[in-house]
Design a protein around this ligand. Structure first.
Ligand code: ADP
Length: 254
């Protein structure tokens, strides 16, 4: 191949890349506009209802205010998630990595999950098979955010069986955390896409239960920064398990 062909090839690649970015940006803006618009439309509707005297008695008024409050909260959370995702995406979020005891870190995380989830009526089974010498290099706050996002999904998409099993295990060089729920599960085609930004299995219904569609995309970004991996297994109607795997810091990975 001569120099001209090489140059032409490179140019084409660069144009394709640019078009891909542009497409991505357009999709992002469309999703964001839609997701912001929906709660705002509903808030506006309720405020108009109050203004026009539809909320005639105190009970109705309380109900209207409650909806407005919840929708504003959803909006607030969505905007926080958007900021965070975009900072992660642009690599502008500084990470504060520290080497910590793995056993201790997961025990603390387990305690926090148990506290939150039991408040919501969940039984949490936690097993930690790590030994004292194992360490991890993590940004504890960000890593805990990943765990929180996963557990909050386990709660959100639960059915009657309000139970979460968490198991932390170690292999020669890795540590794996498995978070299993007994909720509605995810069908195979959707399972491949749940870590994509704004992807929701059931678009309309999931918006109602307050999902930004960014929780797992944020989780994936954070785990990538830890040079780890995250994946899901699921059986429809039976439940989902999310696995996070990260390298041990007390082992030389060369
Ligand atoms: P959301 O904010 O909508 O929950 P996520 O990025 O956290 O967004 O998850 C993406 C989608 O994956 C969800 O909308 C939901 O459809 C599906 N999902 C995630 N976790 C679970 C789970 N534990 N059980 C069933 N479905 C899940």
């Amino acid at each position: 191949m001569n120099a001209f062909d090489t140059m032409r090839g490179e140019l084409k690649h660069s144009i394709d890349q640019q078009m891909l970015y542009e497409e991505n940006r357009k999709e992002l803006i469309a999703s964001i506009s839609h997701d912001l618009k929906t709660p705002i439309t509903s808030i506006k509707g309720y405020v108009e209802g109050i203004r026009d005297g539809v909320a005639s008695d105190e009970e109705k008024m309380d109900k209207y205010l409650e909806v407005i409050y919840h929708k504003s909260n959803d909006l607030d959370k969505l905007i926080d998630d958007l900021f965070l995702f975009s900072k992660l995406d642009l690599n502008r979020l500084p990470f504060d990595f520290k080497t910590v005891s793995a056993k201790r870190f997961f025990e603390d995380s387990g305690d926090e999950i148990r506290m939150d989830a039991t408040k919501q009526g969940f039984e949490v089974n936690f097993s930690n098979a790590l030994s004292e010498e194992m360490t991890l290099c993590v940004d504890q706050q960000q890593f805990k955010r990943v765990i929180t996002n996963i557990v909050s999904n386990a709660v959100k998409y639960s059915l009657d069986k309000k139970k979460i099993d968490i198991a932390v295990t170690a292999s020669e060089s890795m540590i794996t955390m498995a978070i299993r729920d007994y909720g509605k599960g995810i069908e195979a085609e959707a399972l491949e896409r749940i870590f994509e930004k704004f992807y929701r299995v059931d678009q309309a219904r999931n918006m109602d239960i307050g999902g930004s569609g960014l929780g797992l995309a944020i989780a994936k970004q954070i785990i990538n920064r830890h040079e780890g991996s995250i994946r899901a297994e699921s059986v429809l109607g039976e439940g989902t398990t999310i696995y996070i795997e990260i390298g041990r810091a007390d082992i030389n990975h060369e």
